[in-house]
Design a protein around this ligand. Structure first.
Ligand code: FE2
Length: 172
């Protein structure tokens, strides 16, 4: 069960091929808002950890999930609805191919779809795309929102229930 996995939260992939200091530096400088806000790097890194945990169960492509975590909010222009930020993130991701992003066409499709529609409340049959969305939605608690369990795939639901039953520390 995922709850068992949570006791090994720090047992992360041995070495990420995606998350590097230069890539983080590049993306943090692209971000127009304050990183002290609710959509900055601390959120990206929580989504990254959520995504890694969920991917162990869902079989998601971890490279896509890791890129998503770092990119999906990087083009935000405000901390509120900013309904175009997903579109901008997808277009931005596409502009980084063969530069900061080295993914095959299938992975790029998953990454851009996940970015483009991540704030639309959708479900996807693609485990990688759904894992990206679940990883982001699991962090909604930071803005005082309790995510709708129906918007998660079944694998993420136990993680959320554990967090809300105080078995896990809540995000600040
Ligand atoms: Fe997000």
């Amino acid at each position: 069960m995922l709850v068992d996995l949570l006791e090994r939260t720090l047992e992360l992939p041995s070495k990420s091929t995606v998350v590097t200091q230069p890539y983080l530096d590049f993306l943090t400088h692209q971000y127009q808002l304050s990183h002290n806000g609710v959509h900055g790097i601390e959120h990206w890194l929580r989504v990254l950890i959520n995504g890694r945990l969920i991917a162990k169960q869902s079989g998601a492509d971890i490279e896509v999930v890791e890129h998503f975590a770092l990119l999906h909010d990087v083009q935000r222009l405000d901390e509120y609805r900013d309904i175009q930020h997903g579109n901008r993130a997808a277009d931005f991701a596409a502009s980084l191919i063969d530069d900061w992003i080295h993914l095959n066409p299938t992975q790029m499709y998953q990454l851009t779809e996940a970015c483009r529609y991540h704030s639309m409340g959708r479900l996807s049959k693609d485990a990688t795309i759904q894992t990206c969305w679940d990883a982001d939605r699991l962090d909604l608690g930071r803005v005082g929102e309790r995510p709708n369990l129906l918007s998660f795939v079944i694998l993420a639901a136990p993680l959320l229930r554990a967090r809300h039953s105080n078995k896990l520390p809540k995000h600040p």
